[in-house]
Ligand binder design. Structure first.
Ligand SMILES: Cc1cc2nc3c(=O)[nH]c(=O)nc-3n(C[C@H](O)[C@H](O)[C@H](O)COP(=O)(O)O)c2cc1C
Length: 349
């Protein structure tokens, strides 16, 4: 029997996947234990100090799309369509109330060798650090600090940090505030060099980086001739997996194999978790797959990953970075004229 356990800094996780709980769409704490169903970590719906961010969840909207951009029903059954456009919000609860809830859930999770992590999305730095301290004082063991939300240009109540200097500043401040918690920093993919942001976060004291945040998109609706869901939107789904793997691999190369990377954006099943591990992730977060595919996705993911590892006769940790370390340069490739099979045949007449 192969082992699914993995290590993020000093924390040992029983399986290499974590997820955002269903409190994302139904901010009810009762849903958190259900969403744990075997996940090593549940990351709680994010919070910050602004009242406007709390209201935003009620204004949120979500659409699943097929490969022809047709809107698909949200059935809570897998498989989930490949494209997702959404506009989300933060937890609609007072910070103190939410922190107390997460602390209680994390204490309960500890009995099952699992974690419920607090999450702060940055708005004002001092206020964000104060919320981090509240999580720490309440006994929560992991803080995910999201400084890479897609919505920074769309909503004034959150920021998207794209410069290494700013990443260093905000992570250093949070690190000083939460000196006893594991600090995971979630980074934007909307940067020309995500690996440089990861390097800055590492130097500033992050225990791990989570990558990559989703890009923004806008899809015109042919019927209404207006933007789908009326606004610009975060654009996610399984299609994004190679982008996440690219930056995981690049970051592993830049920061070295010892520094823990956590994959997010595009993993929808156990095979995708394996793909992100091969790209350099030590753990993988799954959100859309569970929100749109239902809780059964968690158990199915673990079973599928186990099956893959058993087939390869490898432990999960043996996958980490295997493909990343095998990435070759273009110049190293054989000159086998493959292009001839990839142009319309008339081209060659
Ligand atoms: C509806 C929805 C709500 C989300 N809410 C949060 C959030 O509160 N905090 C956060 O850090 N990320 C949030 N995310 C981002 C996810 O954690 C994740 O990084 C992203 O969706 C890409 O991963 P996925 O392909 O597994 O969904 C949300 C994503 C979706 C689709």
């Amino acid at each position: 029997m192969t082992s699914l356990a993995t290590q993020i800094g000093t924390l040992r996780l029983k399986i290499p996947s974590s997820l955002l709980p269903v409190s994302t769409c139904r901010p009810h704490p009762a849903s958190v234990p259900r969403s744990r169903q075997g996940a090593a970590v549940v990351i709680a719906k994010s919070t910050n100090e602004t009242a406007a961010a709390r209201l935003q969840l009620e204004q949120a909207e979500y659409r699943l799309l097929d490969e022809n951009w047709n809107v698909q029903p949200w059935t809570f059954r897998a498989p989930v369509p490949p494209f997702v456009l959404s506009r989300s919000g933060l937890i609609g609860r007072e910070v103190d109330d939410w922190v107390a809830e997460i602390a209680a859930l994390d204490a309960e999770a500890a009995k099952q060798n699992a974690y419920v992590a607090g999450s702060v999305i940055l708005a004002d730095l001092d206020a964000g650090v104060e919320i981090g301290r509240k999580f720490q004082r309440a006994g929560v063991r992991i803080l995910e600090f999201n400084i890479g939300t897609p919505y920074g240009d769309e909503a004034s109540v959150v920021t998207t940090e794209r410069s290494a200097e700013r990443v260093a500043t905000v992570v250093r401040a949070m690190r000083q505030g939460v000196d006893r918690m594991a600090l995971w920093v979630k980074l934007t993919g909307q940067s020309e060099n995500v690996a440089a942001l990861a390097h800055a976060a590492k130097q500033a004291g992050a225990d791990a980086v989570v990558m990559i945040g989703r890009p923004l998109g806008m899809l015109p609706d042919l019927e209404t001739m207006r933007p789908l869901i009326n606004t610009n939107a975060a654009y996610g789904g399984r299609w994004a997996l190679p982008l996440s793997c690219y930056w995981l691999a690049k970051t592993r190369k830049a920061l070295g194999p010892q520094y823990p990377l956590i994959g997010t954006n595009g993993a929808q099943d156990g095979q995708d978790v394996a793909r992100m591990l091969l790209a350099g992730a030590s753990a993988v977060e799954m959100c859309t797959a569970v929100l749109a595919g239902g809780f059964g996705v968690i158990h199915e993911t673990i079973t599928q990953l186990e099956r893959y590892l058993d087939g390869k006769k490898l432990d999960a940790t043996a996958l980490i970075g295997h493909a990343a370390d095998a990435v070759q340069s273009f110049a190293e490739q054989p000159a086998n004229g493959s292009w001839r099979h990839h142009v319309p045949p008339q081209t060659l007449e």
